[in-house]
Design a binder for this molecule. Structure first.
Ligand code: 5GP
Length: 177
């Protein structure tokens, strides 16, 4: 089973997935990206960090099941991340990539994580972003929400424990069906 998590950036997808992995033995798909590694990230665990040339070569080699530009950076899911394990595979991709994957692969399950606008603004402020950046992100979030109907499930991230419980319930139900 392949589950795609998506939603506006800042909703807390990575935190949610990290918590989920503590409760259930899932395989987290590791994407390639051209963005800079953050200080707390580990190469080959969070992402495979590559140069733009390396990324372009992977595109030429038909390596990706999907890839997108997000901001100034590129992100892509390698075909080798899909069905690599007999565990449920979990993907964290932005909305355009998720939308394409869900259209092309009818058996993939899409979960859209959303959040109230006030809370999204608060989180972006906490990350130290300025007013213009926050305004752009809010516009982007509204654009991303226009694809919400393409997803199988919508989960509002109000508090992390409830969100994780709700997602685990979805997964258990899927496993039973
Ligand atoms: P970040 O730079 O904060 O780690 O991720 C930025 C965005 O890229 C997030 O919305 C994340 O879901 C998305 N992303 C991460 N990996 C992939 C991928 O392989 N493909 C696509 N389309 N988006 C990705």
């Amino acid at each position: 089973m392949i589950i795609i998590f998506s939603g506006p950036s800042g909703v807390g997808k990575s935190t949610i997935i990290n918590e989920l992995i503590k409760h259930k033995d899932l395989y987290f798909s590791i994407s390639h990206t051209t963005r800079e590694k953050r200080h707390n990230e580990i190469e080959g665990t969070d992402y495979f960090f590559v140069s733009i040339d390396e990324f372009n070569n992977l595109i030429k080699d038909n390596f990706f099941i999907e890839y997108e530009q997000y901001g100034t950076d590129y992100y892509g899911t390698g075909k080798n991340q899909i069905d690599v394990s007999n565990k449920i595979t979990v993907l964290d991709v932005e909305v355009n990539g998720a939308s394409k994957l869900l259209k092309n692969n009818k058996s993939f399950i899409g979960i859209f994580i959303d959040i109230e606008n006030d809370e999204l603004i608060r989180r972006l402020e906490t990350r130290g972003h300025n007013e213009l950046f926050i305004k752009q992100r809010m516009n982007l979030a509204n654009k991303q929400r226009s694809k919400i109907n393409e997803f199988d499930y919508i989960v509002k991230n109000v508090d992390i424990n409830t969100t994780v419980k709700n997602i685990l319930d979805i997964i258990y139900n899927l496993e039973e069906s």
